[in-house]
Design a protein around this ligand. Structure first.
Ligand SMILES: [Zn+2]
Ligand SMILES: [Zn+2]
Length: 338
């Protein structure tokens, strides 16, 4: 089969690789039909994250079930499905609590599209992927959600959702701060969801053009400098920046009793954290990967209620043959098999 490989920073090529074997009893073979480019893909294509080359890329996907193992009972060949980017078994201790990014049945970070470092599970920009726990992982594609948007729920939309949606459900209308930077699309999606979910004030710092203009047109307020972020102001804050200065601003900006969710990854050692501000605010920090499979039912319910988000959140669609352009461009790109 064909799969898209990153061979060096900025260098991608299609390669012929062996097909996956027939699925084990609990597994399914899925043919990806839509893959979306994640903010993290931009980092690893550029060589700015510790993922050794070469590796097959792509982890946000919708696909068609091709073959199922003998024990699989929730999906069958021909079904269109959303494939969460993380591998999860659905039955271990963390999975049964919805903490599917911490599945105990597989090594931490087991996921698609990140090479051998994440388990070598294959990638979304391929003709086939193996889903080892098909009943636990796969969700049938809802008819009312466009497949390109559904593909983005397998990582970025769900990552953004957990930053603002549960918090706004607990405190309707609460002001939100989003610190953008390295994860521009997650920050933009969090901003859009916060507006959609009724936050009375959504402030964004670090969002670049053209997303800043789009966010502003939708009702967000753009803060031009991180120095202008007010302390102890936001019941809901999100750090999507990969920038310690912005992280500190998001943490210090969190209001008394508020919550700051950190989607950024800081792999390079210690990062300064304004603990006294957090102590004074009795703030809560959420840190870690999103529990994609655990959250997906709630995310899909929201997207079924709020139609039209695909046009807002997706910048460009590419044919499958032009996937390389998608993975080397800026913005939220999706690749569609025709
Ligand atoms: Zn991702
Ligand atoms: Zn598990």
């Amino acid at each position: 089969m064909q799969t898209l490989i990153v061979t060096a920073p900025g260098e991608l090529e299609w390669r012929e690789v062996p097909d996956p074997p027939s699925p084990a009893a609990a597994a399914a073979l899925v043919r990806p039909t839509v893959t979306a480019v994640c903010d993290f893909d931009h980092l690893i294509v550029a060589g700015n994250a510790p993922v050794p080359y070469p590796f097959a890329i792509g982890h946000e996907m919708v696909g068609e079930v091709v073959e199922t193992g003998s024990e699989v009972c929730t999906v069958s060949a021909g079904d269109d499905v959303i494939v969460p980017f993380q591998i999860s078994c659905g039955s271990c201790g963390p999975c049964t609590k919805g903490l599917t990014s911490c599945c105990a049945a597989v090594p931490w970070l087991s996921s698609y599209g990140l090479g051998d470092a994440s388990g070598g599970w294959g990638a979304a920009t391929s003709d086939l992927v193996t889903v080892p726990y098909a009943d636990a992982m796969l969700i049938k594609l809802p008819e009312s959600i466009p497949a390109p948007l559904a593909a983005v729920t397998s990582c970025n939309v769900t990552d953004a959702y957990r930053c603002v949606a549960p918090q706004l459900a607990s405190e309707p209308g609460a002001p939100v701060l989003v610190a953008a930077g390295g994860f521009q699309n997650i920050a933009f999606i969090a901003t859009v969801l916060a507006i959609t979910l009724g936050s009375e004030q959504v402030d964004v710092v670090g969002l670049r053009a053209p997303l800043a203009a789009k966010a502003q047109a939708l009702g967000a307020r753009i803060i031009n400098s991180v120095a202008d972020v007010e302390n102890a102001t936001y019941p809901i804050a999100a750090d999507c920046s990969l920038d310690p200065t912005m992280l500190a601003a998001a943490l210090s900006g969190t209001a008394p009793g508020g919550t700051c969710t950190i989607t950024s990854v800081y792999p390079a050692g210690l990062v300064p954290v304004p603990l006294l501000d957090l102590f004074a605010a009795c703030a809560t920090i959420n840190v870690g990967q999103p529990h994609v499979r655990g959250l997906l039912p709630d995310v899909l319910e929201l997207l079924e209620q709020r139609t039209g988000l695909a046009d807002v959140l997706i910048d460009q669609e590419h044919d499958w043959d032009h996937a390389i352009e998608a993975f080397t461009g800026a913005g939220k790109h999706v690749v569609v098999r025709t």
